[in-house]
Design a protein around this ligand. Structure first.
Ligand SMILES: Cc1cc2nc3c(=O)[nH]c(=O)nc-3n(C[C@H](O)[C@H](O)[C@H](O)COP(=O)(O)OP(=O)(O)OC[C@H]3O[C@@H](n4cnc5c(N)ncnc54)[C@H](O)[C@@H]3O)c2cc1C
Length: 346
């Protein structure tokens, strides 16, 4: 009989982030399909009662918590100790956890301490003939593999954005506190602050409805023989501001800064989409001034509807990689789109 543990950390304000609800959804799916299984929740944070209450209507029968100020910040040693203690208290055989950056760092180590196994970047869970199987993508999202394991405990890290978040409502949960005494060695690392871009400079928005991709064409000489970087910057930022889209880029465009050319200052390698970049998940994508070559478009694997604006009717997008291609000047198209957005017409 499996005991499925959803293992999560709270946010600094004590709430649970969306990836936790996604992991909970995956775990509840397993629990529903596995006769005789138990679903339990383990939470780590300063005070986890509010977080437990926020999901109290989920099918979990028990809540465990490791609490205290020492567990607010992400720190490998304290997180791993707390996670290990909860896994033991729950006697978990399957641990389903959101692959937040904090947990992705810790959980394989906890699996090792408990003699278990860990699978990362899981995007799907299922039960067939009483056996759990998980799926994930390989070779830069080109091939999907499904695997099962008999070894326990089995740690399953769920990729954020890959599941529907659990809609389970609030209530009152009874949390069993699991005592953890941290040694001084486990508290050596101190988080003294977080450096992050200002909210309006944050162009990567994983939850956005639209991925807006910019390619090197924005920096190329246009029909008048000139480049138009200030105009490109204004059009791109204007569109992002009004649409709240997430900003992606081709490798060529982000590489230009490394080559010392004048480029768009708000782009970094973090925006890069593709084989050596990111593979984000958005319902829609719009590519502009980007050729649509395979190493780039492989990063569009999880984009629902794809559209591209390119001057070249033979660009890569036109070869079956986009649902709609507009053979047009992106400078003109985006100027018009921004105008319509400003007038509230789209
Ligand atoms: C091992 C390897 C890994 C790679 N990994 C990645 C990766 O992760 N991500 C990635 O993106 N690339 C990657 N690449 C590079 C990739 O093959 C392409 O070189 C790159 O994506 C091209 O970028 P681009 O389309 O922006 O530029 P270009 O190829 O220069 O295309 C610019 C496009 O802009 C269009 N254009 C110009 N002006 C306008 C206008 N006014 N309106 C509309 N269209 C206009 C042009 O018609 C052209 O199609 C990789 C390559 C290799 C070898």
């Amino acid at each position: 009989m499996e005991t499925i543990l959803v293992l999560a950390h709270t946010e600094n304000d004590g709430s649970l982030a969306k990836p936790v609800r996604e992991a909970l959804h995956a775990a509840a799916t397993l629990h529903k399909s596995l006769a005789g299984s138990k679903l339990v929740v383990g939470l780590i944070g300063d005070n986890v009662q509010a977080a437990a209450n926020s999901i109290a209507a989920c099918p979990a029968t028990k809540y465990f918590g490791v609490t205290g100020a020492e567990f607010i910040q992400s720190r490998y040693a304290s997180d791993a100790t707390a996670a290990e203690a909860i896994c033991k208290a729950a006697a978990a055989t399957v641990v389903v956890a959101p692959a937040t950056s904090r947990w992705a760092r810790v959980l394989p180590g906890v699996a090792q301490r408990l003699g278990g196994r860990a699978d990362t970047h899981v995007t799907g869970v299922a039960v067939a003939e009483g056996k759990i199987s998980v799926s994930r993508w390989y070779y830069r999202q080109r091939m999907e593999g499904a695997l099962t394991r008999t070894h326990r405990p089995w740690f399953i890290g769920i990729d954020p954005g890959s599941q529907e978040p659990c809609e389970c409502g609030a209530g009152t949960a009874s949390v069993e506190v699991v005592p953890v005494n941290l040694t001084d060695a486990a508290k050596r690392t101190t988080v003294i602050g977080i450096r992050e871009p200002k909210a309006d400079a944050q162009t990567i928005r994983p939850d956005a409805q639209l991925l807006f991709v910019t390619g090197a064409g924005w920096t190329k000489k246009q029909a008048d023989g000139q480049t138009h970087l200030p105009e490109a910057e204004k059009l791109i930022l204007g569109f992002l501001k009004q649409s709240l889209a997430s900003l992606g880029s081709s490798k060529s465009l982000v590489d230009l800064s490394g080559e010392g050319q004048t480029v768009l200052p708000f782009l970094s390698h973090l925006n890069q989409i593709g084989q050596t970049g990111a593979t984000p998940r958005h319902p829609k994508g719009l590519s502009t001034c980007c050729h649509g070559e395979e190493p780039h478009t492989v990063g569009w694997r999880f984009i629902g509807e794809r559209r591209a604006v390119n001057l070249d009717p033979n660009c890569g997008w036109a070869r079956g990689k986009a649902d709609v291609i507009y053979v047009a000047d992106a400078f003109k198209v985006m100027a018009k789109v921004n105008e319509l957005l400003a007038a509230g017409k789209t």
